[in-house]
Design a protein around this ligand. Structure first.
Ligand code: ARG
Length: 563
């Protein structure tokens, strides 16, 4: 509608392009002022007339149009009233389509998303929870827009820390304890190593030696390392199952260990490496960054070396249009350095294709969480605690609810995810049970509750088939029109979210849609006698339900049919 109006105006004013006009068109603050407004101030200069006169002239030139019920001149503004019948029909016919909100923008293009990527032998903490759910949501958003997505888990599974762990295990570990306690035991062994190494520095040399052995393919070293990795992965996969998150590749840092020589070779050839205290670095002073360390003085590779190798491997293997890295903002410098080094190697695509997607911290103050041994917080425990709290509420308020466990899981997990995704990702997230489990307010449970409400309305209407000959003219109340407008925004919301790499755009939209629906439902009666009207209103309920489902799905959140 906006595009149509912009074209009409453009055809009747000499100096502005359709694009200029589109940006000038406003949505009036009050519905009495129309659906769209065009201010004529900017034309006054070029047309050398009072804006009021210009508005009146344009209105006259446009004349009557079948999709507009009225064009009113209000001072310097042209106010457009869209023909409600056609307006509703246009939007709702689109919205009834199963693929409403999907697009083909990404057809033939690939996006790699590097996310989650926990560190083997360490717990999966709240920071990893954020990258996991932001990455998962971006995967869904880009897929909806037709992109092919490669989901990559860049596990932290290589580096000197594994030399330390091997030393600790050999000195103080025992097989059964590791089997039984998993990552918790490995973390304790790691702490123990540092305590002992304080007193006895030779342990550090031993650890370095073990890592060198790993890099040289020593069988014993690799066997222990692989075992630690399997144990950790098994735990992480439990968390992924709870979240409903999956990956196409578990290619961690170790995957690139044989490719680091190649990258060092390329850097040497390009004359980019400089010796610095026995290590080799790429100087980046010119770009206001400290040097990027590529080879340590003992000859081993580091985090950045493996990331450099990974970029080239992914480009070669997936030929991505974009490669996104979802990590905390404390890694901003690391990625700026890696991207710059790739660019310096002559890969021009680096500038536009490699994108760091940072996010803020999670503050657990006020969460009063139960912790496992050693006061370590596991993301999984938070999720399970949320589920347990929801289960309690269900037992108290709706003990007859079928499939209680599954419903509690959807709501509990959904509440944590929604709280995490509702604000711009760069902002810190605060974690307060009372807030995020609230069924009223800007929360996951509120949106899910609205969904269940729609489901319940539709369950009671057995003879209703969505989309069958609807009398759109019957939809006229302001609350109804507002809801239709909200429905019309969905496709653009998905695009905006992708463009800004911001799941919060979708989360905010889902709340706005739910609020608009509840306003509609509280003022307009749905199950009226008159068949036409009832069907038209039920169609709105049906569409709202579908879009809530689809937008929550873009966030990785499931909606129960009943709650
Ligand atoms: N393992 C890292 C961490 O936990 C994140 C890895 C991110 N991805 C990458 N390609 N560097 O902080």
């Amino acid at each position: 509608m906006k595009a149509k109006i912009a074209e009409l105006i453009a055809a009747n004013v000499p100096d502005l392009s359709v694009e200029d006009i589109t940006t000038l068109i406003e949505i009036p603050p009050k519905p009495e002022l129309g659906d769209f407004a065009f201010p004529c101030f900017r034309l006054a200069k070029t047309m050398r007339k009072a804006p009021q006169m210009i508005a009146a002239e344009i209105a006259e030139k446009i004349g009557s149009q079948d999709f507009l019920s009225e064009i009113k001149v209000e001072g310097a503004y042209l106010n457009f009233f869209v023909n409600k019948d056609m307006f509703a029909k246009g939007i709702l016919t689109n919205a009834l389509d199963e693929n409403y909100g999907s697009a083909e923008d990404g057809k033939g293009k690939t996006v790699c998303i590097d996310y989650s990527s926990p560190n083997v032998a360490k717990n999966f903490h709240v920071g990893h929870l954020r990258t996991t759910i932001i990455g998962n949501s971006l995967y869904k958003i880009f897929s909806k827009l037709g992109y092919h997505v490669e989901r990559i888990n860049h596990l932290g599974d290589w580096g000197t820390q594994f030399g330390k762990l091997i030393v600790a295990y050999k000195n103080w570990g025992n097989e059964d304890a590791v089997k039984e306690r998993g990552v918790a035991e490995l973390m304790e062994l790691y702490v123990k190593f540092h305590e002992e190494a304080e007193k006895n520095d030779s342990l550090n040399d031993e650890a370095r030696a073990w890592f060198v052995k790993m890099e040289q393919g020593d069988e014993e070293a690799l066997k222990i390392w692989q075992w630690f990795k399997d144990i950790s992965l098994q735990e992480y996969k439990g968390t992924y199952a709870l979240l409903g998150v999956d990956f196409d590749h578990y290619t961690g840092e170790s995957f690139y260990r044989d490719m680091t020589d190649d990258i060092v070779g390329k850097l040497t050839e390009a004359g980019l490496l400089t010796e610095s205290e026995g290590a080799r670095v790429v100087k980046l002073d010119e770009y206001d960054m400290p040097p990027c360390l590529v080879v340590k003085n003992d000859g081993s590779s580091i985090y950045a070396t493996r990331d450099l190798a990974a970029v080239l491997y992914r480009k070669k293997t997936f030929n991505f249009d974009k490669c996104l890295y979802v990590t905390g903002q404390e890694q901003k410098l690391h990625f700026a350095q890696v991207f710059k080094v790739i660019e310096l190697l002559g890969y021009d695509w680096a500038k536009d294709s490699l994108v760091h997607i940072p996010y803020g911290l999670v503050s657990l103050e006020g969460a009063k969480l139960s912790t496992r041994n050693g006061n370590v917080i596991y993301a999984e425990d938070i999720l399970l605690e949320a589920v347990a709290k929801i289960k309690e509420i269900i037992e108290e308020k709706n003990p007859e609810l079928p499939d209680k466990d599954n419903t509690a899981r959807k709501i509990g997990v959904g509440a944590v995810l929604f709280n995490d995704l509702y604000n711009q990702r760069i902002k810190d997230v605060s974690f307060k049970w009372e807030k995020l489990l609230n069924f009223d307010g800007e929360t996951g449970p509120y949106v899910q509750y609205t969904y269940a409400r729609c489901a319940s309305i539709l369950r009671k209407q057995e003879d209703f088939a969505a989309g069958a000959d609807i009398d759109y003219a019957a939809l006229s109340e302001p609350e109804t029109i507002d809801l239709i407008k909200e429905i019309s925004r969905f496709p653009q919301v998905v695009k905006d979210a992708a463009e800004r790499f911001e799941p919060s755009v979708v989360a905010r939209y889902s709340v706005a849609l739910a609020q608009s629906f509840n306003k509609f439902y509280n003022t307009v009666r749905v199950s009226v006698e008159e068949e036409n009207l009832r069907k038209a209103r039920l169609t709105l309920v049906y569409i709202t339900k579908k879009i809530i489902h689809d937008s929550m799905d873009l966030l990785g959140i499931e909606c129960p049919e009943q709650m």
